[in-house]
Design a binder for this molecule. Structure first.
Ligand SMILES: Nc1ncnc2c1ncn2[C@@H]1O[C@H](COP(=O)(O)OP(=O)(O)OP(=O)(O)O)[C@@H](O)[C@H]1O
Length: 205
């Protein structure tokens, strides 16, 4: 089954604000797209709509293939040593997370409780799980946050390899990131006019 992710005419409302309207994209195997825009424009909201975690105000999303979401909720048990926290996902995903963890520079940290890891180490651990998981569709929300220069290069390499193997990557980031394809969706182009971007009389979906 070939990976596919398409969004048609999406609109998003958060609270009383309509953030954007008319967002569409269509990504097939090997495609990548960066969602760019300033703080608060709605990048995380769009990623969550694409993931199926947030209902759009309007529009539809079609997904084919397993979807993996990477955001600042790393889904690693804070009480467990890193090795055991990753082993949980290795069992669930039937994947070699250890190999990816070593690649991401986490060797030697297996016995350190997740709660003691630095921000960048936790992000690297989440990337290791993502890379091992084998999901064809990656949704990455600010993947470079917390990473040093070497970590950022590793993250870019993972995305490039994923797409070269036929995966799809959507990356929401206000930071410039090397992407395997030059496609950028500037969310500001779809933001509602006016200071609050709101429209009267609309109801939340
Ligand atoms: N649950 C919510 N209820 C009401 N408003 C919300 C909710 N979640 C987010 N918002 C608002 O929606 C807007 C967009 O938030 P979002 O996190 O999608 O933006 P972003 O582009 O990812 O921002 P950043 O670059 O700072 O991460 C913000 O103004 C935020 O306050």
């Amino acid at each position: 089954m070939q990976a596919h992710l398409a969004a048609t005419d999406l609109a998003c409302r958060r609270g009383e604000r309509v953030l954007f309207r008319g967002v569409s994209l269509a990504l097939g195997p090997g495609a990548a797209c960066r969602i760019a825009g300033p703080n608060g424009i709605g990048k995380t909201s769009l990623i969550r709509i694409l993931a199926g975690l947030l209902r759009p105000l309007a529009g539809t999303v079609e997904r084919r293939g397993m979807v993996a979401l990477l955001d600042d909720r790393h889904a690693l048990d804070a009480q467990l040593p890193l090795g055991r926290a990753l082993a949980f996902w290795a069992r669930l995903d039937r994947a070699d997370v250890g190999r990816q963890a070593r690649r991401l520079g986490l060797a030697g940290l297996e016995d350190v409780p997740v709660r003691y890891l630095s921000t960048g180490q936790k992000k690297r651990a989440a990337l290791a799980r993502l890379a091992a998981q084998g999901a064809p569709v990656w949704l990455l929300d600010e993947p470079l946050n917390g990473l040093d220069a070497e970590g950022a290069l590793l993250c870019e390499a993972l995305v490039a390899e994923h797409c070269a193997e036929g995966g799809i990557a959507v990356v929401a980031s206000h930071q410039v990131m090397a992407m395997p394809a030059p496609a950028t969706l500037a969310l500001a182009d779809f933001a509602l006019p006016g200071p609050a971007g709101s429209r009267q009389g609309e109801t939340a979906a």
